[in-house]
Design a protein around this ligand. Structure first.
Ligand SMILES: Cc1cc2nc3c(=O)[nH]c(=O)nc-3n(C[C@H](O)[C@H](O)[C@H](O)COP(=O)(O)O)c2cc1C
Length: 249
């Protein structure tokens, strides 16, 4: 089994330590930790090139694709970020921005993922929510996240965190092994409809999305979707699409 852990901490501190502990827990797993701080990842210019013209047209030449390739090569991915100011670290946010085209054109279906966030008091839930919601849009199937309080680093606290992290890690490995068909949530269907719609009315500008969506019907992959769910998703997304169209006139 191959795992990639994307670590958004700017140093080898608590987040790295927890990932290291997970790596040691199952030496048979090929566990690769990618420290964003040690990779060359430039700030997003906001030029829309990756979204409109395809990811290869990004003006930056850096390690963005090294990270994406590591995620593609892995069976599962751990998105780990310390909680800084009640959300993900700036480094993790930069990674999110530089790979945002994957929210438009997701490729990670069939792969499991987990969010992990330490904090010193409060906010790890917000960090994990952000990571889970954003990277679900890339196609990942998320298992429950790990929110850890790393405050005094007493033996009790460390043991408690270790058992929480290990239990979540076991769930991640279970999800990878089970290989079950993932039925899209209502939220995922709504996002699909919205992105497909944008790709249709924006086809001259955003040909990369148009290319990606034009042969897709109800979802990104072939899966049985109950009639009521399809209808409901159409209704919810229809309201957002209508609003976007009216306001962009
Ligand atoms: C700039 C900064 C902002 C932080 N903001 C929060 C916060 O909002 N809530 C919290 O509980 N802890 C906060 N912390 C504490 C860290 O989340 C905590 O120490 C975490 O274990 C650090 O992980 P790291 O060693 O990988 O950086 C903050 C720490 C820093 C450096």
């Amino acid at each position: 089994m191959k795992l990639a852990a994307i670590c958004g901490s700017p140093h080898k501190g608590n987040t790295f330590e927890i990932l290291g502990m997970l790596a040691q827990a199952h030496p048979e797993v090929d566990f690769k930790i990618l420290m964003l701080s040690e990779l060359d990842l430039k700030d997003c210019f906001g030029c829309y090139s990756c979204i409109d013209n395809g990811e290869e047209s990004c003006p930056h030449q850096d390690d963005r694709d090294v990270i994406i390739e590591a995620m593609e090569a892995a069976d599962g991915v751990i998105f780990a970020s310390p909680t800084y100011a009640r959300t993900v670290s700036a480094l993790m946010k930069k990674f999110v921005e530089r790979t945002s085209f994957l929210a438009h054109r997701p490729i990670f279906f069939g792969k499991s993922a987990m969010a992990l966030a330490p904090c010193a008091g409060f906010g790890a839930d917000l960090t994990c929510k952000y990571l889970t919601e954003h990277f679900t849009q890339y196609g990942f199937n998320f298992v429950p996240s790990v929110e850890l309080m790393v405050a005094r680093k007493t033996k009790n606290e460390t043991d408690h965190n270790r058992s929480l992290a290990l239990a979540a890690y076991e769930k991640l490995m279970g999800a990878i092994r089970s290989n079950e068909i993932i039925y899209p949530s209502l939220n995922q269907l709504v996002y699909f409809n919205i992105f497909k719609s944008i790709s249709e009315w924006n086809k001259l500008k955003g040909w990369a999305d148009h290319e990606f969506y034009h042969d897709k019907q109800d979802f990104y992959y072939d899966v049985k979707i109950p009639f009521w769910k399809k209808k409901m998703a159409k209704w919810i997304s229809g309201r957002t699409i209508k609003k976007m169209k009216t306001e962009s006139r």
